[in-house]
Design a protein around this ligand. Sequence first.
Ligand code: NI
Length: 185
Amino acid sequence: MILPIYTYGQPVLRKVAEDITPDYPDLKALIENMYETLERSDGIGLAAPQVGLDIRLVVINLDLISDDLPEYKDYVHAFINPHIVEYDDTETESMEEGCLSLPGIHEPVRRPKRVHVTYLDEDFQPHDEWVEGYLARVMQHEFDHLDGKMFIDRLSMLRKQMIKGKLGSLLKGDFRCSYKVKARR
Ligand code: NI
């Protein structure tokens, strides 16, 4: 089932999401729906707050970019209760980001190249690892959503000023995109 994507201005995008337990109702179906929603919107990552739920759950599909980055062929995973426990600030990189909750906005964001993450996989098995490269960027973007943050929070004052008009349009629901959304009106 395709879920509507909550866009900028929806309060759930600013909440700190809660960890969940294996008995969370219909979790398997929710993860399937999030994969389907992500695929339909041509996105590479989707966090639960973006579908209106304040829980720590993220799906990432990097198979979509595997033509350019073959190491991510068939990389489709769900992350339960993910947390970034450490940032390696020795090397940062600026790269353009977009977000399904911010249609029409694409801006360069500077982030560390390596992060130390913990999470549970779909079988609730614990993982504790350092990730780097493109995956590290996507995880930082998505896991930020679980702490009520969006990539626009990480822009310079100047860039923030430059997108003010676009953000205003998103708040008014005055925008178009190719997927189903739930905008604040
Ligand atoms: Ni996003």
